[in-house]
Design a binder for this molecule. Structure first.
Ligand code: PLP
Length: 376
């Protein structure tokens, strides 16, 4: 937690649950990533946290943006981004969204199928397009499964087709999975797609851009490699694969930029036991899976939690949300321990909750209002 957030929580005592996010930390993370990979153009993945103060700060720093919908394109433009600085990176786009983005001046689009490519040719003619390749997500705490991407062989045909359709076959992309803790996953993916650059050049198509996606990890409960380790591994693999003829490099960080800039302040609603001989206490908070902590599904993302009683004796706990839904349990198997003194009414903090939290909050499930947000 940054000193600014600590002061805000102490002085304002904002109603819980709420997210408090320090925009200076966003700037610090952006600069650290730019220093670690100075040759890469940063396209912030807006979906991680689309709040206006974040986008505005990033525009000021020269960031570009990866948008998943036309609504996100609009949010970037409202924050002052130029349309040329916005990439429409979702491989699944409504025709109406493509048309509106194209009319707004967006000129770079992702795809991973011939069907989407044909939509782009028709509704965003002449645009720069890049094909997403399916790569291994091993090592990622939040893998992106097999929903996106195509094979190298299919990508080759699609890039040839892109030119025939009057589009600009600009480059290739991949995503190694979110909260990726292994630098080797980037190295392996770079090796895989680099071959296609050569192959397509021989077929007369000169790709100019490689989009390495996001995935850069933030520190939750467990330690992760620093951002410099990722920068070094990536540059080493790029040089190995491309020599001194490097293509333009694009990265699309989401989590790394915003996660550790935010803290959720929550209240303990109930601490109870199933039976007297049960050592595990159930701790119910006023935020849960439906209040924004969706990434606790499968206990994939394990947030660090602090309480007013830290330092005292602890015991094992299960941690759950306040709704009447049986799926609203955050942690049962991840060996969480909290102080024995923890009691109803205590305020607790969930750390590094600046990414993938606010927008996952439901509208009013069980009558609970969406998560309040404070950007400072
Ligand atoms: C979600 C997403 C990102 C951001 O991923 P992080 O793991 O948050 O860095 C980047 N690119 C694409 C295409 C995405 O879908």
């Amino acid at each position: 937690m940054t000193p600014k957030i600590a002061r805000f929580l102490a002085e304002q005592q904002p109603a819980t649950p709420c997210l408090v996010l320090d925009v200076d930390r966003v700037e610090g993370n952006f600069r650290a990533l730019r220093d670690a990979l100075p040759l890469a153009q940063i396209y912030y993945a807006v979906k991680a946290n689309p709040a206006h103060p974040i986008l505005e700060r990033l525009v000021g720093l020269g960031s570009r943006f990866d948008a998943a919908s036309f609504e996100e394109v609009e949010a970037c433009l409202r924050a002052g981004a130029r349309p040329e600085a916005v990439s429409f990176g979702n491989t699944i786009k409504k025709v109406s969204a493509i048309r509106r983005a194209f009319a707004a001046g967006v000129s770079m689009y992702a795809f991973d199928s011939v069907e989407e490519l044909e939509k782009l040719a028709q509704h965003a003619p002449g645009s720069r397009v890049y094909c997403r390749i399916l790569v291994e997500n091993a090592g990622a705490d939040w893998p992106l499964s097999r929903k996106f991407g195509t094979t190298v062989e299919t990508a080759r045909n699609l890039m040839l087709r892109a030119g025939e359709l009057g589009l600009d076959p600009y480059g290739l992309s991949f995503h190694v999975g979110s909260q990726q803790t292994s630098t080797a996953s980037y190295e392996a993916a770079i090796g895989r797609v680099a071959m296609l650059f050569t192959d397509l050049r021989e077929a007369g198509v000169n790709l100019r851009m490689l989009n390495l996606g996001g995935g850069f990890p933030t520190r939750y409960r467990d330690e992760v490699p620093g951002i410099d380790a990722f920068g070094n591994a990536i540059m080493h693999a790029m040089t190995e694969a491309f020599g001194n003829a490097l293509p333009e490099m694009v990265i699309e960080p989401g989590r790394f930029i915003v996660a550790d800039a935010g803290v959720v302040s929550a209240e303990v609603v109930l601490v109870s036991r199933r039976s007297e001989e049960q050592p595990v206490r159930w701790v119910y908070l006023d935020i849960g899976r439906f209040g924004g902590l969706a990434e606790t599904e499968g206990e994939a993302i394990r947030y660090r939690i602090t309480t007013p009683h830290d330092g005292g004796t602890t015991g094992p706990v299960a941690i759950a949300g306040p709704t009447c839904d049986g799926a609203d349990i955050m942690y049962e198997r991840s060996n969480y321990r909290l102080p024995m003194a923890l009691t109803c009414g205590d305020r607790v903090e969930l750390h590094s909750t600046g990414a993938y939290v606010t927008t996952y909050a439901s509208q009013a499930f069980n009558g609970f209002a969406p998560l309040a947000e404070h950007y400072i």
